[in-house]
Design a protein around this ligand. Structure first.
Ligand SMILES: NC(=O)c1ccc[n+]([C@@H]2O[C@H](COP(=O)([O-])OP(=O)(O)OC[C@H]3O[C@@H](n4cnc5c(N)ncnc54)[C@H](OP(=O)(O)O)[C@@H]3O)[C@@H](O)[C@H]2O)c1
Length: 328
């Protein structure tokens, strides 16, 4: 890596437009969101997909100055760009990220970095060899409300936390790799590395796993519960946290509330900038400053270790397996 110093402050505001030109691979539902935020903070020179014509039309209308190609090699070989943003299906992440790093580009790759520790290591090694930044798109680490919770709980640590996510859809990718990665990233950042995982409920619906309840255990009898249901048409995404001193916090969509002594919730922080825009800025800032981002390759690897362990434990009769949580 260019520098192994402290992580770059999130939300850093620097003048990136003049310095960073990017290429984006993947122009699907999420890739378009990334193109939108990177087009504001940098220059999006070229975007790539496999040829879906609706996406190509969207790009021509929304970003007429951005070129299109179906040839990813042409993106890697483009001397105009310093960075590549990858928003393709999960299975393609490690190979595309390694290829981009080997062509000398800094890389923003969507979460998860890979679905195996070996896959993560191949990308981390490529970044180290190329001396380029590797940034994994764990968006919630750049949510200003959660950042506020992180800062408040540095000296008053979280003892218990409940993460609930109900949404309908996104059945194309496995629930654990698509959705659980977010909840695990939030947990690792706010609480630390778990020592064990217990599956409370793992239910199929449209796929083999569409509702999951898991308890992560930590040294000192601390417990985190995660509930994800992608069959529920009600929309809810919340984090409830209780600290060692008994303070209670509630987060949802950038807003952080605290429970008062009178048992009324009071808002203590409202995000003024969307997490995705702050995430794009953090990636661009890491390129300019050479400092490791918060969601670097090692963080992405840790998320993969925990999610892989939960996936293993979802298999029938797997509860007696020894833990491989740390991926060593
Ligand atoms: N951080 C977050 O909050 C968040 C939220 C949602 C999704 N994501 C991540 O974003 C990624 C993309 O999700 P999505 O919902 O946008 O998927 P999607 O709608 O299926 O789009 C995938 C895109 O990748 C292209 N593509 C597929 N295979 C490719 C390959 N082998 N080489 C190059 N391009 C390829 C597709 O091109 P064609 O359309 O031409 O086939 C399409 O443009 C996933 O990794 C997901 O985990 C992150």
């Amino acid at each position: 890596m260019p520098d192994s110093g402290a992580p770059v402050a999130r939300g850093t505001t620097i003048e990136q437009r003049a310095v960073t030109r990017v290429g984006v691979i993947g122009m699907g539902r999420w890739g378009r969101e990334l193109i939108r935020v990177f087009a504001r903070a940098a220059e999006v020179v070229v975007c790539s997909n496999r040829g879906d014509s609706a996406s190509i039309r969207w790009l021509a209308e929304a970003h007429p100055g951005t070129r299109h190609t179906t040839d990813v090699e042409a993106v890697f070989a483009n001397p105009e760009i310093q960075a590549v943003v990858i928003a393709t299906p999960i299975a393609t992440h490690p190979e595309l990220a390694v290829a981009a790093l080997q062509s000398g580009k800094h890389v923003f790759v969507e979460k998860p970095l890979a679905t195996s520790v070996e896959g993560c290591d191949s990308v981390i090694d490529a970044a180290d060899r190329a001396r380029r930044q590797l940034f994994v798109g764990h968006t919630f680490l750049y949510d200003a409300g959660l950042e506020h919770l992180h800062d408040r709980t540095r000296t008053d640590p979280i003892n218990e936390m409940e993460l609930v996510w109900h949404k309908f859809g996104t059945f194309e990718e496995p629930l654990v790799w698509n959705l659980l990665t977010h909840e695990v990233a939030i947990t690792l950042w706010l609480v630390g590395s778990p020592s064990g995982a217990h599956i409370e409920e793992a239910r199929p619906s449209q796929t083999s796993l569409d509702r999951l309840r898991v308890t992560l255990t930590f040294p000192g009898d601390r417990r985190i519960s995660i509930e994800i249901d992608r069959t529920d048409k009600s929309r809810e995404k919340t984090v409830m946290a209780t600290t060692a001193s008994g303070a209670r916090y509630r987060w949802s969509q950038g807003v952080l509330d605290r429970l008062g002594a009178d048992t009324a919730w009071r808002t203590v922080h409202v995000a003024s900038t969307e997490a995705l825009a702050r995430e794009a800025q953090a990636f661009l800032a890491s390129i300019v400053t050479g400092k490791r981002p918060l969601s670097d390759g090692s963080f992405g690897r840790l998320v993969t270790c925990v999610v892989a362990e939960v996936e293993r434990r979802c298999a029938p009769g797997a509860d007696q397996l020894p833990s491989t949580m740390r991926g060593s």
